[in-house]
Write a protein that binds this ligand. Structure first.
Ligand code: HDE
Length: 727
C-alpha cells in the first residue's frame, strides 16, 4: 500500500450504504460501561434528560441547573454564519487517480503515479441562495474539490460555468450585492430575476458572456452528477525544471451534461427543495458512484499572446477546438459525509491552497480571491485555526511556529516557537531561500503600478456570440426564453431596454426575440455602444462554433440512475409492465410504481401490486420518464384522476420519454399527446398491443429498447407544441 493509499484508507473505508457502522459508533459513545447513558460535555452522567431542576415539582427552574444551562447554551451557539456566497451546498468524499504521469508539465506529486489514489472531498453549491434555499434555482453551481495530497491540500475551487461575470475582484462585492435578495425587503430568495441584478449586469457589458451561460440550461442542472466543472481562471503547471505551462482545468462528467426544463426546475423548488442534494446522496448510497474525468488545456509559456483574447481575462474560454482538452485522470465520489455540519458546512476551500507544481497567474479576479478566502474562513469558522478541523486537516505531516488562537487543538510541545533557533538540540536551524517546496514562477512584471485594465480585456461580445452560435436550435430557444422570463421580472423598463441593447452586440436576432414580449423598444445596438464600460475592441476568433459548448448528445449514453415512474391504478394489466420494467432496470434505470394511494392496488388479474409513491407525493417532475400500462379498467381510472392526467401531461410538456402500451396508448390519444396516423411525437414510444414477454417476443424487446433509447436521449426538446399542453 502506498503512503497515499494508507492515508485514504485511514480516512474511513467506503461503507456499504446501510449506515450501520455510523449507528454503532453513535451508540458506543453512550455506552462506555455498556449501559446507555448521556453525559454533559465534561463527561458527567446525566440522570434525567426530560426535567430541569425546579424548586418543587410546580416551582420555578433554578439557575443552578448547570446541565440545563450547558445544553441550552450549546444550542444557542449551534449556528455559524453561513457563507456569504455558495451558502447552500452538498458534498461527498471520494478519490482521484491520474491516468499517466504528468511530470513533463508539473511536479505536483498527486499527478505522477497512476497507482496512487488521492482522497478528495467535493462540495457543490448554488451561489445566491441562503443555506435553506431550493436546489433547482437558476444559478451558477460551485464545484469545489479538495485533494488531500502528500504535499499538502490542493483546492480546485471552480464553478460549472467556465467564465465569470466580472474581470476584476474589486467588483465582486457589487456583483453579489446586486444578485442577492434586494436589501430593503430581502426578496427574492435565490433568484437572479429581479431589478438589482439586471441593473448591474446591463451596466457591466463584461458580464455578457457569462450571462449567456447563466441563461442556458447549464444553470438548471438535472443533477449535480451531470454537470461539468471548470477552474475558470488560467493557472500554471510548473515542472521540475521550473518551466511553466498555462493551464485551464475541466471536469467532464461521465453521465454527460443535462438540464431541467425551466418550468420543471421551478416546480421542483417547491415539491422537493432538496432535489439535487437527495439525488447525490441516493446515488452514492446505492453504489452508483458519480464520476468525472479531469481535463486540462495546456498552453506553453511562450504562446501566452497567441490567441487574440487574453488568457488572464476570466470572461474568456479557450475553445476546445483551439487547444484540445486532454483527459488526465478521473475522480469518483463514493462516500457520503457522516455529518453535514462537521464536513459540508465546515469545509474551508481556498484557491490559494496549492501544491508545488501548480501556480497562479495574474488574472485580477484570481488575485483577489487569494486574499478573500482566508479572511472569510476566519470570520465563518471563528478563528485562524480552521485548518485543524478534521475535514480541513491535511493528510501529510505539517509543522510551523504558528501558535494559539481561538479553538486551538494542537498541543505544541517544547520551548521553541520561532525560527531561526538553536535551542531544540543545540544545532542552528534556519529556513532561508532553499530550493525545495513550493516555488512561485519567477515571472517578470511590467511596471508601472496602475489602477487600470488592460485593453486586451476589452472585447465583451465575441465569445458570447461564439457560445450562442454553438448551441442547438432548442438550446437557443431555451436561452431566449430564459432572458425573457428574467427580464420580465424587472420592473424598470429602462433596465430591460439596456439589457437587450447590449444583447444586440451578441446577436441581432437573439436581442429582437428577447425584446418582443417585454413591452420595450426594439434593441438599439448604437445606444449600448455609447455607455460606460462598453468597449469597441474586437478580436477575431478562428472558429464560429464550438461543439463542446453545447450540452447536446453528451455522456456515455447509458440510462443508469434515471428515474422512471410506472403509473398504476386498480385494474391495470400488470403483465404488460413486467418485461419493459425488467429491461429498463437491467439497463440501470430506477423504477417506482406510482399510484393513487400507498399500499397496494389490484391488477386486472387480481394480483396485488405494491405502490411506492402517489401521483401527489412524487409528481412527474421527480422522474425522467413515464411508463403507462395497459388494462382498460386501470387506464380508465387513471384518466378520471386529475393528478394522474396531470402527471402524464406534465411529463410530456417537459419533453420526457413516455412509453405507453395497450389502453395506455388510448389515454395519450385522449389527452392529445398520442401518435397520429403516421408517427408518434419524439420520445413517445407506443405499443398498441400489450407485450408480455421480453425473451422470445421480439415486439417486447423492440419496445423496451426504443424506450431505453428515448430515456438515454435525456429530453426530447424538439417535441412540437409543448407550450399548448395545459400542465
Ligand atoms: Fe468565490 N468565494 N469568490 N468564486 N467561491 C467563496 O469563500 C470570492 C469566484 C467559489 O463550497 C467564499 O468559503 C471573491 C470565482 C466556490 O465552500 C468567499 C471572488 C469562482 C465557492 C468567496 C470570487 C468562485 C466560493 C464564500 C472574486 C469560480 C464555494 C465562502 C474575486 C472559479 C466553496 C467561502 C465551498 C466561495 C470570495 C469569485 C468559486 C467569500 C472575492 C471566479 C465554488 O471567500
Amino acid at each position: 500500500m502506498t503512503q497515499q493509499n494508507k492515508a485514504a484508507a485511514g480516512r474511513r473505508p467506503a461503507k456499504g450504504g446501510d449506515g450501520s457502522s455510523a449507528k454503532q459508533e453513535q451508540l458506543a459513545a453512550f455506552t462506555a460501561d455498556n449501559t446507555p447513558h448521556l453525559t454533559t460535555n465534561q463527561g458527567l452522567q446525566i440522570p434525567d434528560n426530560h426535567n430541569s431542576l425546579r424548586a418543587g415539582v410546580r416551582g420555578p427552574t433554578l439557575l443552578e441547573d448547570f446541565i440545563l444551562r450547558e445544553k441550552i447554551t450549546h444550542f444557542d451557539h449551534e449556528r455559524i454564519p453561513e457563507r456569504a456566497v455558495h451558502a447552500r451546498g452538498s458534498a461527498a468524499h471520494g478519490y482521484f487517480e491520474v491516468y499517466k504521469s504528468m511530470s513533463q508539465f508539473t511536479c505536483a506529486e498527486f499527478l505522477q503515479d497512476p497507482a496512487v489514489k488521492t482522497p478528495v472531498f467535493v462540495r457543490f453549491s448554488t451561489v445566491a441562495g441562503s443555506r435553506g434555499s431550493a436546489d433547482t434555482v437558476r444559478d451558477v453551481r460551485g464545484f469545489a474539490v479538495k485533494f488531500y495530497t502528500q504535499q499538502g491540500n490542493y483546492d480546485l475551487v471552480g464553478n460549472n460555468i467556465p467564465v465569470f461575470f466580472i474581470q476584476d475582484a474589486i467588483k465582486f462585492p457589487d456583483l453579489i450585492h446586486a444578485v442577492k435578495p434586494e436589501p430593503h425587503n430581502e426578496m427574492p430568495q435565490a433568484a437572479s430575476a429581479h431589478d438589482t441584478f439586471w441593473d448591474f449586469a446591463s451596466l457591466m457589458p463584461e458580464s455578457t458572456h457569462m450571462l449567456m451561460w447563466a441563461m442556458s440550461d447549464r444553470a438548471i442542472p438535472r443533477s449535480l452528477r451531470m454537470m461539468e466543472g471548470f477552474g475558470v481562471h488560467t493557472f500554471r503547471f510548473i515542472n521540475s525544471r521550473g518551466e511553466s505551462h498555462f493551464v485551464k482545468f475541466h471536469w467532464k462528467p461521465k453521465l454527460g451534461i443535462h438540464g431541467l426544463a425551466w418550468d420543471e426546475a421551478q416546480k421542483i423548488a417547491g415539491k422537493d427543495a432538496d432535489f439535487h442534494r437527495r439525488d447525490l446522496w441516493e446515488a452514492i448510497e446505492s453504489g452508483n458512484f458519480p464520476e468525472w474525468e479531469l481535463g486540462v488545456q495546456m498552453v506553453p509559456q511562450d504562446k501566452e499572446h497567441a490567441f487574440g483574447f487574453d488568457l488572464l481575462d476570466p470572461t474568456k474560454i479557450i475553445p476546445e477546438e483551439m487547444v484540445p482538452v486532454q483527459r488526465i485522470g478521473r475522480m469518483v465520489l463514493n462516500r457520503n459525509p457522516d455529518n453535514f455540519f462537521a464536513e459540508t458546512e465546515q469545509v474551508a476551500f481556498h484557491p490559494g491552497h496549492v501544491v508545488p507544481g501548480i501556480d497562479f497567474t495574474n488574472d485580477p479576479l484570481l488575485q483577489g480571491r487569494l486574499f478573500s478566502y482566508t479572511d472569510t474562513q476566519i470570520s465563518r469558522l471563528g478563528g485562524a485555526n480552521f485548518h485543524e478541523l478534521p475535514i480541513n486537516k491535511g493528510v501529510c505531516p505539517f509543522h510551523n511556529f504558528q501558535r494559539d488562537g481561538m479553538h486551538r487543538q494542537t498541543i505544541a510541545r517544547g520551548q521553541v516557537a520561532y525560527e531561526p533557533h538553536s535551542l531544540i538540540d543545540g544545532k542552528e536551524f534556519r529556513i532561508d531561500g532553499g530550493s525545495g517546496g513550493f516555488q512561485s514562477f519567477p515571472e517578470a512584471l511590467e511596471p508601472p503600478k496602475v489602477r487600470r485594465r488592460s485593453p486586451s480585456f476589452d472585447d465583451h461580445f465575441t465569445q458570447a456570440r461564439l457560445f450562442f452560435n454553438s448551441q442547438s436550435a432548442s438550446e437557443k430557444e431555451h436561452i431566449i426564453a430564459a432572458f425573457r422570463f428574467e427580464l420580465s421580472k424587472v420592473e424598470v423598463p429602462a433596465v430591460r431596454q439596456r439589457m437587450v441593447d447590449n444583447l444586440a452586440h451578441v446577436d441581432e436576432k437573439l436581442a429582437r426575440r428577447v425584446a418582443e414580449p417585454l413591452g420595450i423598444n426594439a434593441p438599439d445596438a448604437k445606444a449600448a455602444a455609447g455607455r460606460a464600460g462598453f468597449r469597441e475592441h474586437r478580436f477575431t476568433m478562428p472558429i464560429d462554433e464550438s461543439r463542446a459548448l453545447s450540452m447536446l448528445d453528451t455522456g456515455d449514453g447509458s440510462i443508469k440512475t434515471r428515474k422512471v415512474a410506472i403509473l398504476v391504478a386498480d385494474g391495470v394489466d400488470s403483465a404488460s409492465l413486467k418485461p419493459i420494467r425488467e429491461a429498463i432496470e437491467q439497463a440501470g434505470a430506477q423504477c417506482k410504481v406510482v399510484g393513487p394511494r400507498l399500499g397496494t392496488i389490484a391488477s386486472a388479474s387480481k394480483r396485488q401490486l405494491d405502490v411506492d409513491a402517489t401521483f401527489i407525493n412524487m409528481p412527474s417532475v421527480m422522474f425522467d420518464a413515464v411508463l403507462v400500462p395497459a388494462g382498460a379498467q386501470g387506464v380508465e381510472a387513471m384518466s378520471r384522476n386529475g393528478d394522474a392526467v396531470h402527471f402524464v401531461l406534465e411529463a410530456y410538456k417537459h419533453c420526457k420519454a413516455i412509453c405507453a402500451v395497450g389502453e395506455g396508448v388510448q389515454m395519450l390519444a385522449t389527452l392529445g399527446i398520442g401518435p397520429d396516423a403516421k408517427s408518434a411525437p419524439p420520445g413517445v414510444i407506443v405499443a398498441a398491443t400489450p407485450v408480455t414477454n421480453l425473451g422470445d417476443d421480439s415486439a417486447a424487446t423492440k419496445i423496451a429498447n426504443d424506450f431505453i433509447a428515448a430515456i438515454a436521449k435525456h429530453r426530447h426538446w424538439d417535441r412540437p407544441n409543448v407550450e399548448g399542453v395545459p400542465a
